[in-house]
Design a protein around this ligand. Sequence first.
Ligand SMILES: [Zn+2]
Ligand SMILES: [Zn+2]
Length: 306
Amino acid sequence: MINRRQFLASTLATATAASLAAQPAPSWGGKVLDIHHHFRSTPNGNLEHMDGCGVTNAVLLTNISAEEKAKAEVKSNPGRFIRFTSANITKPESFEVLRNSAKGGSKGFGEIKFHVALDGPEMKRLYALAAEVNVPVLIHFQEVEYTPGGGGFNTGFSRLPAILKEFPKTTFIGHADFFWANISAETSVGVAYPAGKIKPGGLTDRMLSDYPNLYGDTSANSGRNAMTRDPDFTAGFLARHKDKLMFGSDCSCRDGRGTGQASTEPALKGKCVARETLAALKHSASPEIFRKITWENGVKLFNPNF
Ligand SMILES: [Zn+2]
Ligand SMILES: [Zn+2]
């Protein structure tokens, strides 16, 4: 037998869960493009997340193994999706696969997340291919190891300016821990999500100003953290790069309401990254700049048919 207090607590929990699902999705004042939505092959999985958090359109980041399913998703939901493709670039045969994917309607290469140096031979070959077929490359920059020996991804961040210079016809979209940690001039490769005040003059901030071929993707906890850690800094940063930043979520929750959030970061417990980051952007950007970051910049860059 449960006592009255337990009964009330469980009734309340059920009611809260039910009312959460019944709540309308937030409105962000217009269409919202999520440029970092990993393709979900479950029935209605993509739209369930988007509809729950008020995202109208998405870039489906798709591994080549799921390309046919992603194509079908785009086709059966006209005006909602475009797709990017990723393939293991440490295997030479992947370059022909990616070239064909771009010819077949993929609008970008991504997410590119392999244990290589950002200026290694595989990545240089990818940058050249992206310029040749005229699609952007979305890159995960991470120096910190999450597991001992796990290694980083696209390492050597301080050498990115040289690459941006060497490949001026390639469009780069930066994402993940070290890209966002470097909006501050004070960074440590051992800290994935630095907290507190930002020291002006960070490498990412300077590169966004100096290189027309670099864009920023606000997704994941890294983007959310960067947009919230020092609100005094954020407004100026968003205004400075209003034509270069694009909203992305990289969220793992199921329903756009936080259910099943896989991130173990305390700030994201039971929360939807899309909602958190959109709220942060809304807080620190003017309505005009919010529109650019959440819609216009991506539409301009990817030229989708929505
Ligand atoms: Zn990533
Ligand atoms: Zn979510």
